[in-house]
Design a protein around this ligand. Structure first.
Ligand code: 0L1
Ligand code: MG
Length: 269
């Protein structure tokens, strides 16, 4: 294919053409303007239809569905991105970054990394009507984690429909060294310090994520129910960036230091 973003098809963008173009941008490391510049009606539900179509393509390619991630669950993220409500996207095994591996710059466009509270599900969780308490009762263990995001949109500029279509800027994630039963922790107080090259540049506690990361999990279950899915036992759930994401160019090293969940390190290679 060509090395530039595709122009809109003759009849205008639709679910199929946006889905194909997003995967092409991901595969060929292309950034492009948001589709909503040309297709203002690309709303959240249309974005989810595109996201689901590309999940099917990823599974057809041999990837395995291993969980979900939430996007824009914290005020820090919402303010930075200009989208003021959370949404849900898919995680596949192709997104797992082995511990100690550098950020895979050679296959990414403009990666950023962010600290997250991560759940490993012990039981199936199906909405609607899931509360934070019910959601937490389905969690087997809690982990610290780092998500590598890599929007296919220039300068991470997008609306809710664009970013839902783009699987919430998914690229890769790594989980930390410590998994604890949820009853061992007050997750609203669990802090993460963001360290870049030895300097602490940001921090937040779990309360930044919808008041409690369990609220984000409940939101995911209820949102997925509208789309005909449940959260399955054994799945991983990334509850969303606690702070704004930081760039991690080659030569940089980033550490996310959690109060009880250990430290997660990522280097820019
Ligand atoms: O590019 C983005 O910031 C959208 C994805 C947000 C991921 C998150 O909030 O954890
Ligand atoms: Mg994230």
């Amino acid at each position: 294919g060509s090395a530039t973003p595709a122009p809109a098809p003759a009849g205008g963008w639709d679910v199929e053409s946006v889905a194909a173009e997003l995967l092409r941008c991901e595969d060929q490391r292309l950034e492009r303007p948001p589709f909503t510049d040309e297709w203002p009606d690309l709303d959240l539900d249309t974005g989810y239809a595109i996201q689901d179509l590309n999940l099917r393509t990823r599974l057809d390619r041999g990837e395995k569905l291993i969980g979900v991630k939430l996007g824009l669950t914290s005020r820090a993220k919402q303010q930075r991105m200009g989208v003021h409500f959370p949404f849900v996207a898919w995680l596949t095994d192709a997104m797992v970054l082995p511990v100690g591996d550098p950020v895979p710059q050679s296959r990414l466009i403009h990666p950023r990394v962010e600290p997250e509270i991560v759940f490993l599900m012990g039981e199936r969780l199906e909405g609607p009507g899931v509360t934070c308490a019910r959601a937490m009762s389905a969690v087997a263990s809690v982990w610290g984690g780092a998500e590598v995001i890599d929007s296919r949109f220039q300068d991470f500029r997008f609306t809710a429909g664009d970013v839902a279509a783009d699987n919430a800027s998914s690229a890769a994630f790594v989980t930390g060294p410590v998994g604890l039963p949820p009853s061992d922790l007050d997750l609203s107080l669990e802090a993460a310090l963001v360290e870049v090259d030895g300097v602490v540049v940001d921090s937040a506690t779990g309360a930044a994520v919808q008041g409690h990361p369990g609220e984000a999990l409940a939101l995911a279950a209820n949102d997925l129910a509208r789309r005909g899915h449940a959260i399955e036992a054994g799945w991983i759930v990334l509850t969303g960036g606690m702070t704004d994401a930081v760039f991690v160019p080659p030569g940089t090293s980033v550490g996310f230091h959690f109060t009880h969940l250990g430290s997660v390190f990522l280097n820019g290679g």
